[in-house]
Design a protein around this ligand. Structure first.
Ligand code: FMN
Length: 197
């Protein structure tokens, strides 16, 4: 069984329509460790040793967040800057994260068709996350595309919330039980296409 670590960042968790129910469902899954970074570090002072120990203890690392200015909320950048330092993450002789799987689970306000060369956001969601992808690849992690939902404001009216949460749970179970085709998943624009019953 793979052990999964979810590092969650949402500044207004109580007002969330999508991340909050995703989080609530996640808490019921064995083998998944959930960390609410803003709740744990209200002053943004990350405990680097504790975070590195958490990484050691898990096989799959997930950043879960609402897309904010085409990136993560600030605490996830702070987490990267402090936790992934050279001796731990990317010196050739150390590479302590090598072969762990990494991906983002994100929610976006913009509609899906805005995230392409012809849309108003001009880039795909995978392209938007290239700095994170390259960071994890430098650390020799296995980078997967994001599990994503777009058009956040309309998910309830369009009845997309329930299937998204169901897909999220299925994805976590597939990863935990090593049932996800990782080579295929790496090539997808988003992970959503990989989910099967
Ligand atoms: C400060 C801020 C910046 C945001 N920037 C973006 C953005 O760059 N692109 C986008 O699609 N949505 C953006 N949004 C919308 C959020 O991604 C959206 O409200 C969130 O994903 C909804 O998830 P929730 O219901 O869990 O809060 C932004 C929201 C805030 C508060």
């Amino acid at each position: 069984m793979n052990k999964i670590l979810i590092l969650y960042a949402h500044q207004r968790h109580e007002a969330s329509n999508i991340n909050k129910p995703m989080v609530e469902e996640t808490k019921n899954i064995d083998g998944v460790t959930f960390v609410d970074l803003y709740a744990e570090y209200p002053d943004s002072k990350i405990n680097v040793e504790k975070e590195q120990q958490r990484l050691f203890e898990h096989d799959i690392i997930i950043f879960q967040f609402p897309l904010q200015w085409y990136s993560t909320p600030a605490i996830l950048k702070e987490w990267q800057d402090r936790v992934l330092h050279a001796d731990f993450a990317y010196n050739k002789n150390r590479l302590l994260l090598k072969n762990k799987i990494f991906f983002c689970a994100l929610t976006a306000g913009g509609p899906e068709d805005a995230f392409n060369t012809k849309g108003y956001n001009r880039y795909t969601i995978r392209e938007m996350l290239y700095p994170i992808e390259q960071t994890m690849v430098l650390c020799k992690m296995i980078y997967l595309p994001p599990y994503a939902i777009f058009g956040a404001r309309f998910v309830k009216d369009e009845q997309r919330l329930e299937p998204h949460i169901k897909g999220w749970i299925t994805l976590l179970e597939m990863l935990k039980e090593k049932r996800l085709d990782i080579d295929k998943a790496m090539t997808q624009p988003i992970l959503n296409s990989m989910i099967s019953d």
